[in-house]
Design a protein around this ligand. Structure first.
Ligand code: HEM
Length: 157
């Protein structure tokens, strides 16, 4: 079960990145071209929000009960958590960065419901989504990262 969840968590990353990039482009184009905020904008922002929240729930499961879960794994004795690069990343840095990004996506999505003008909606959402994207890109365990690096896709090495 834990391995299946890691695979799902891995693939969801691509869905989130595509949807978030799409949301950013739509917000930017809406802002700069003074477009009207439509249902299609609302829908893509909502899909981005839902996919990020789903990965949050899977991540929470992995953090508690996954292969390296807080409740299911034992860290090497004697090394403080903050000195253990691997566990510090998966127990603290990765969850904190991703939760921050998900909060930013949630606030960005809320802009669609605010009473401000459509241009303001697009502008504010653009910045929230862009910062969320940067935080996600920094916090993903990319394959080239030392110690914490993970595959591009499930099953790859
Ligand atoms: C936008 C949200 C997130 C993205 C894009 C993301 C991305 C990833 C990726 C690509 C991996 C490597 C998967 C693999 O080994 O194949 C991973 C692992 C992991 N993530 Fe996330 N993550 C997100 C949110 C979270 C959150 C919110 C938490 C915790 C609350 C979390 C906890 C973990 C844990 C514990 C692992 C290691 C799992 C294991 O190897 O057993 N993730 N994440």
């Amino acid at each position: 079960m834990a391995v299946g969840m890691v695979h799902l968590h891995n693939v969801m990353r691509w869905l989130i990145l595509i949807l978030l990039l799409w949301s950013i482009l739509k917000a930017y184009s809406g802002w700069k071209n003074k477009k009207i905020f439509t249902r299609s904008d609302k829908r893509i922002w909502l899909f981005t929000l839902i996919s990020a929240h789903i990965n949050f729930l899977i991540g929470l499961y992995l953090l508690l009960a996954g292969r390296y879960g807080v409740l299911t794994s034992t860290r090497p004795e004697g090394s403080p958590l903050m000195k253990d690069k691997f566990y510090r990343f998966f127990w603290i840095e990765h969850p904190t960065g991703m939760i921050l990004a998900i909060i930013l996506i949630t606030i960005g999505n809320r802009m669609g419901k605010s009473n401000s003008s459509d241009t303001t909606k697009f502008r504010k959402a653009f910045w929230y989504f862009l910062i969320a994207l940067i935080v996600i890109l920094i916090t993903i365990p990319w394959p080239w990262r030392e110690i914490v690096g993970r595959p591009w896709f499930p099953g790859m090495q």
